[in-house]
Design a binder for this molecule. Structure first.
Ligand code: FRU
Length: 443
């Protein structure tokens, strides 16, 4: 069995990964599945890859958990989630079946014509999945356009509410607005449509990977709307979050007009959350990469982030199990562990730092970045990014690794993360205050 390991950031074990799926703390371990194309470093017929961790820091890859076996998932096992019941692990996902096969490439769907069904598979231990006999179609493709789209209805997220199980699915309306479908179940097998919700004003034409959860500060909705940012750059789909009201009895959502990007680097997409072993809400997202690294792997995940809501603002803080790893003080990035290092500083107006070609600076109240020199010429992507205006405090915790820089501003008030290529080892700063560099403790 493939026993590749990762530390801090989970990466494609080769070839291609996209969304995190089925993230759960189950029987003393974190299980993290992911959209996986095991044959080439590009998107194709989706499988679920599987990785396991005891601490959210060290990950062990367990190969393929789900693969196409049925009519309904013959062309892919799309995204979904996991819950535990009676000691068993239940996975929910979307099975896709293409209307036609492209004889030149069976892994891509011609003209996006396909059917989506919601499926389930149960495992007694979280490691064995009977792909041949254990799958069940729980919600067949919706054929009534007035209700939902037969193609664009996917990514079930399941949770236990007050006295029933709930599922939210991403979808679209007939007039191309993002839509959520809510289903309810008593037994995790039979599901009944409880409500459909959408925003009146257009906010993307389809909502992928919805995630709705309670925090101490109120409910949070995370979505990946398609076509939300059309500025001529390569990615139009982006992960957003917003404070919402949610009534379980009716499955109605009270939307707010304000939304935040989950990450202002605009590379993070399709995040998914779960509850960690200490009851925190922890979220992981896919970092989209325009090019495979060394020509052989594409796709990695961000650092696990703790989600908190205070009034109407949503914070994404570095998970403490990651934070506590960076305790070894060093003088220069050259001394860092190969997994990377962390910079801690306050950035004043007019100051800047250059991390091996990646530039971070202040423009009035915003933190800005420029990856022009470390992005392998991908100028069709966004290379200059910035946060919204920040009211006060410009404290930065910057986690640096070979292909990813994650900037946590004011302990997660905003996060800006960017994928990079061929980052240099040199560090140049123009700072008036102190700068601390930490790497992981040698183990
Ligand atoms: C988001 C997404 C999901 C879908 C999966 C397919 O990136 O498009 O909506 O289930 O990826 O790989």
């Amino acid at each position: 069995m493939d026993m590749k390991t990762d530390r801090i950031h989970l990466k494609a074990p080769g070839n291609w990964i996209n969304d995190p799926n089925g993230f759960i703390y189950y029987k003393g371990m974190y299980h993290l599945f992911y959209q996986y194309f095991p044959y080439a470093p590009q998107w194709g017929t989706m499988h679920w890859g599987h990785a396991v961790s005891r601490d959210l820091v060290n990950w062990e890859h367990y190969g393929i958990a789900l693969f196409p076996t049925k009519y309904e998932d013959q062309n892919g096992c799309f995204s979904g989630s996991a819950v535990e019941n009676d000691g068993k692990l239940y996975l929910y996902y979307t099975g896709v079946h293409y209307d036609e096969i492209d004889s030149d490439n069976i892994h891509k769907c011609p003209e996006n014509k396909f059917e989506s069904a919601q499926m389930m598979i149960c495992s007694k231990d979280g490691f064995s999945f009977d792909n041949f006999n254990g799958k069940k179609v729980i919600i067949p493709a919706v054929m009534d356009k007035k209700i939902a789209d037969r193609t664009h209805t996917r990514d079930p997220k399941v949770w236990h509410g007050k006295d029933a199980w709930y599922m939210v699915i991403g979808s679209k309306t007939e007039d191309d607005r993002g839509q959520l479908l809510f289903y309810r179940s008593k037994d995790l097998m039979e599901w009944e449509l409880a409500n459909r919700v959408s925003k009146e004003t257009t906010f993307g034409w389809m909502w992928e990977c919805p995630d709705l959860f309670k925090t101490e500060g109120g409910n949070v909705l995370v979505l990946s709307p398609m076509g939300i940012l059309k500025d001529g750059k390569r990615e139009e789909n982006h992960a957003v979050c917003m404070p919402v009201g949610f009534d379980e009895d009716t499955c109605t959502v009270e939307f707010s007009e304000n939304f935040q990007f989950v990450d202002y680097g605009l590379d993070l997409y399709a995040p998914q959350s779960t509850i960690d072993e200490d009851g925190r809400r922890v979220l992981i997202g896919w970092m989209r990469m325009p090019e495979a690294v060394d020509g052989n792997w594409n796709g990695m995940f961000c650092i696990p982030r703790v989600v908190e809501r205070k009034n109407t603002h949503i914070y994404f803080r570095v998970h403490p199990s990651i934070e506590q790893m960076y305790t070894c003080r060093i003088n220069s990035p050259i001394e860092a562990d190969e997994v990377g290092y962390k910079l801690v500083l306050d950035l004043k107006e007019g100051e800047m730092l250059d991390i091996g070609g990646y530039k971070i600076y202040r423009k009035e109240n915003r933190i800005c970045t420029d990856r022009t020199d470390v992005f392998a010429g991908h100028m069709d992507c966004r290379v200059k990014l910035e946060t919204p205006e920040i009211n006060e405090g410009y404290h930065l915790d910057i986690y640096v690794e070979k292909n990813l820089i994650e900037i946590f501003i004011n302990n997660g008030e905003y996060v800006l993360s960017n994928v990079v290529y061929n980052l240099g080892e040199e560090l140049y700063t123009e700072l008036s205050g102190g700068l601390q560099i930490y790497t992981l403790d040698k183990k």
